[in-house]
Design a protein around this ligand. Structure first.
Ligand SMILES: Nc1nc2c(ncn2[C@@H]2O[C@H](COP(=O)(O)OP(=O)(O)O)[C@@H](O)[C@H]2O)c(=O)[nH]1
Ligand SMILES: [Mg+2]
Length: 353
């Protein structure tokens, strides 16, 4: 999964990416002129436990890649996104808006004041405007060619929707319409999660920046974060981190909270493959059929699909992780192409090419 990290200058994007990945990209005035790309392995106890049992040669966790955009070079800092950023964001699966909710006099907000919900609205407008420009250009071209077809009507609908002040993700589109729009790689149609970046002094206060109310009202997932302190904690030895968190009242590990929220928002789950060569977690959308899950691993496995020998992770562990024992207990199901894969399914694909 690829996630675009967006937000206004000095909202704490790089700080938060560092906190999530344990990275050391430069923050503040020394921030990079290029996008900062970082990867985290998605922690998954199931992978660890299976690896203890199977002692595989290779362990592969699911991964999230972050594309943390560089400051706007072209239009100054009033806007979050320049053309470079807009292009980079076209191929991400989801957007995360890091919203500044911390006060810090030495770190100037590009608009002179900290106002979290204003920033949310403004960034939505930037995404919408970039889509609208593409839509209008296309409509003009189609009109010139005299093509008043389905695509033309659909684009007109999109344009009207944006002009009314809304993002494309809120437009009611059929699966066919969604497909027809795919090639445009619109940005305001991508799922977007808010990360509120707070001062640690605000922990425990009730919605200090108004972001909770904004998120609830507009249907966004919000993750609350204390970027600066989280980045410091990520630099501590692992064994000391939790005690530190408890002292500060920071709750569950930020990485875990973030990943859960992102998976939920995107409707993602993991299935597992296991054996001596490797234990591997694979990320899929909820509702994916066995045949398509096979294709995530390899096109040959999909092409030559025979069946999916499937056991729920909990059932497998109840049999000491032994496939053999699980079979004896009747816990291994032989599933066909249309089986809907469930989170934590451990699957052995039988195929023939
Ligand atoms: N007080 C405070 N400062 C922060 C926090 N997060 C980031 N900063 C500071 O804000 C500045 C900009 O952070 P940076 O991560 O580079 O922002 P970016 O431009 O969005 O990538 C740096 O000086 C950070 O130390 C925070 O949660 N609290
Ligand atoms: Mg940065």
């Amino acid at each position: 999964m690829k996630v675009g990290i967006i937000g206004y200058a000095r909202s704490g994007k790089t700080t938060i990416v560092n906190a999530l990945t344990g990275g050391h990209a430069a923050v503040g005035a020394f921030g990079s002129r290029d996008a900062n790309v970082a990867v985290i392995k998605v922690p998954d106890d199931r992978v660890e436990r299976l690896a203890e049992i199977y002692k595989p040669r290779k362990i592969v966790h699911a991964e999230i890649e972050f594309v943390d955009i560089a400051p706007n070079e072209a239009g100054g800092e009033q806007k979050a996104l320049d053309n470079n950023a807009l292009t980079l964001l076209k191929n991400v699966d989801a957007l995360v808006h890091v919203v500044r909710a911390f006060e810090n006099e030495t770190v100037v907000h590009p608009r002179g004041s900290v106002d979290s919900t204003r920033d949310c609205r403004n960034l939505e407008e930037e995404l919408q405007l970039s889509d609208l420009i593409i839509i209008e250009r296309k409509i003009e071209r189609l009109a010139k060619e005299g093509r008043h077809d389905k695509e033309y009507d659909l684009l007109q609908r999109c344009a009207k929707h944006i002009e009314s002040g809304d993002s494309l993700r809120a437009l009611d589109l059929s699966p066919q319409e969604l497909k027809a729009l795919q090639g445009y790689t619109f940005l305001s149609i991508k799922p977007l999660m808010l990360v509120g970046n707070y001062d640690e002094s605000r922990i425990g206060q009730d919605d200090p920046a108004g972001l909770r109310a904004y998120a609830a009202h507009n249907g966004f997932t919000l993750v609350e974060f204390c970027g600066a302190i989280e980045m410091e904690i990520s630099e501590l030895p692992e064994a000391e981190r939790q005690a530190f968190r408890d002292d500060l009242g920071l709750g569950e590990e930020s990485r875990t909270r973030f990943i859960h929220a992102a998976y939920d928002m995107l409707g993602l789950i993991s299935f597992l493959t296991t054996g001596e060569p490797e234990v591997h977690a694979w990320t899929i959308h909820k509702g994916t059929k066995a045949l398509d899950a096979a294709g995530v691993i390899h096109s040959d496995i999909q092409r030559g699909f025979i069946r999916a020998e499937t056991v729920a992770y909990a059932d497998l562990m109840a049999c000491d992780g032994s496939m053999h024992k699980a079979k004896e207990h009747g816990k291994v199901r032989l599933e066909g192409k249309d089986y809907i894969v469930q989170d934590g399914d451990v699957i052995l694909f039988r195929f023939n090419v």
